[in-house]
Design a protein around this ligand. Structure first.
Ligand code: FHN
Length: 481
């Protein structure tokens, strides 16, 4: 009996060994497969199909409105260096004052935003009607707002604050359902292999800097970008500082491919490469420039565009906080900008520059609140809309939007309308009502061939227009003429 049992056991043992061996072989095979992708498995993201591109862009196109945040060590001087008010945008103070990197580090060591409240910031974005955020991970000054393992010139190791700002904000945004994006500067005024500009570059020869920049790009910048994608799962990477001549078109295409390989469905702006035509922001027509959307800066395209674009703009005159910049755009101008951009098929990325304490300036909060109130009533005319095929506007004071895939149109008047006014390019479906968004009473209308759609606003309604109306959106079910 015992022998039988022994035999049975050794047979059983053999089966177990064979099973373990088979599992080991299979898993090694699997590992080999996953570690050494075949050529067919390497995807060239620069050759994406239209269908895949549209699918990847959809949430962003529907979002229309996002928050830009420029925040970092430059908030410490806040536009004043050694007692002198420095002209120009706040985040460029190191450049304007030719402050060597070593001396500028003093500001990084003083950056200690004790009042930073990620949940409050995310709630502010939500209440403003913003669907995504793009925050500076590292601006040109090279100071990183996350706990980088590639460098200690960051908020955790170098500043007294010692906490990972990007981690906190990415989690807070996730809680509010706000897509998290990161701005990252290709140009770097702190890293010895990237410092270019005449006052920053130490070596005299102008040949070496391009070779050194390659080392910075491969051994510093890309590893930091990988940290950002791996640790904060951004939906957008918004590159900047691409204009420096040591950064090439080939490097730009490679950088785009690199980031998409890290996260295939991430969106990347056109400043990842060299195609941007200055502040106008759109790519040069002829060329294979990488980037998913154009980036007009401090301006709005002068007409509607078929390709994707996002106008980024400050509320005053600076991206990074400046204590003495009080040249604030009114809420009405900001709301009209959002409407104009949307009617032209673009997104609006509106900037805030928090203080070095971690506080959003009061004038910014006031404007965000008023934009949120307007969007509470009229957001349906902005989100998930597309531009009309022919006329995005009528005259200077009416813009049009259209709900994607539906026959719902919105005529948005930027000024108080006359009691009776005519819309030329829309014909309502018969037996449908026209409504002013935020009001339940149908508005009388008639359509006269060759004249257009005549809308008559009852006096009782017209008299409700006030300074805080900013713009009225009329919902019209029908078709574009
Ligand atoms: O130099 C930057 C500037 O500081 C700011 O970040 C803007 C925002 O898009 N981009 C560059 C200027 O074009």
């Amino acid at each position: 009996m015992k022998l039988f049992l022994v035999k049975k056991k050794s047979l059983m043992q053999k089966k177990v060994y064979i099973l373990i061996l088979a599992i080991l072989i299979l898993s090694c095979q699997g590992e080999k497969r996953s570690n050494s992708p075949k050529a067919s498995q390497i995807i060239n993201y620069l050759e994406e199909t239209e269908t895949d591109f549209n699918a990847r862009m959809e949430w962003w196109r529907n979002a229309r409105f996002g928050m830009f945040i420029h925040w970092g060590a430059y908030a410490v001087p806040a536009g004043v260096h050694k007692g002198k008010e420095v002209k120009g945008i706040g985040e460029w103070i190191q450049y304007y004052e030719r402050i060597p990197a070593k001396e500028y580090e003093t500001y990084a060591k003083l950056f200690n935003p004790q009042e930073f409240d990620a949940d409050l910031w995310a709630k502010t974005m939500k209440e403003a009607g913003m669907q995504y955020v793009v925050i500076t991970s590292k601006h040109h000054d090279g100071f990183s707002l996350w706990d980088s393992k590639v460098s200690n010139y960051d908020i955790v190791d170098f500043s007294p604050y010692g906490k990972d700002i990007l981690k906190a904000l990415s989690l807070a945004c996730k809680k509010q359902g706000i897509k998290f994006g990161l701005y990252h500067s290709i140009m770097d005024w702190h890293h010895p292999d990237a410092q270019y500009d005449s006052f920053l570059r130490n070596e005299k020869d102008t040949i070496g800097y391009k070779e050194k920049f390659k080392v910075y790009l491969e051994n510093y910048m890309k590893p930091q970008v990988k940290e950002l994608v791996d640790n904060y799962d951004p939906s957008i990477l918004w590159f900047d500082g691409e204009w420096v001549d040591e950064f090439t078109h080939e490097q730009g295409k490679a950088l785009y491919q690199y980031v998409r390989t890290l996260k295939p469905d991430i969106l990347i702006n056109n400043r990842v490469d060299k195609g941007r035509q200055g502040m106008q922001g759109m790519n040069k027509k002829n060329g294979d420039y990488a980037g998913d959307f154009g980036t007009p800066e401090q301006e709005i395209l002068d007409k509607a565009a078929d390709s994707d674009w996002e106008s980024c703009m400050t509320m005053n005159d600076t991206w990074g906080y400046k204590k003495n910049d009080n040249n604030w755009k009114s809420s009405e101008v900001l709301i009209h900008n959002l409407i104009d951009v949307t009617a032209k098929g673009g997104n609006y990325l509106l900037n805030i520059g928090p203080t070095s304490d971690g506080v959003i300036p009061e004038p910014s909060l006031e404007r965000l609140k008023q934009m949120g109130e307007w969007l509470n009533t009229n957001g349906i005319a902005i989100y998930k809309t597309e531009r009309l095929q022919k006329n995005y506007k009528q005259g200077e004071n009416i813009r049009f939007t259209k709900k994607k895939g539906k026959d719902d149109f919105y005529a948005i008047t930027l000024k108080k309308p006359k009691a009776t006014f005519v819309i030329k390019n829309l014909k309502p479906r018969p037996n449908t009502n026209i409504y002013l968004l935020g009001n339940d009473s149908p508005i009388p209308w008639e359509f006269v061939e060759n004249e257009g759609l005549k809308i008559t606003i009852p006096k009782i309604l017209l008299d409700t227009w006030s300074k805080s109306s900013h713009a009225w959106a009329f919902h019209i079910k029908g078709k574009e003429l």
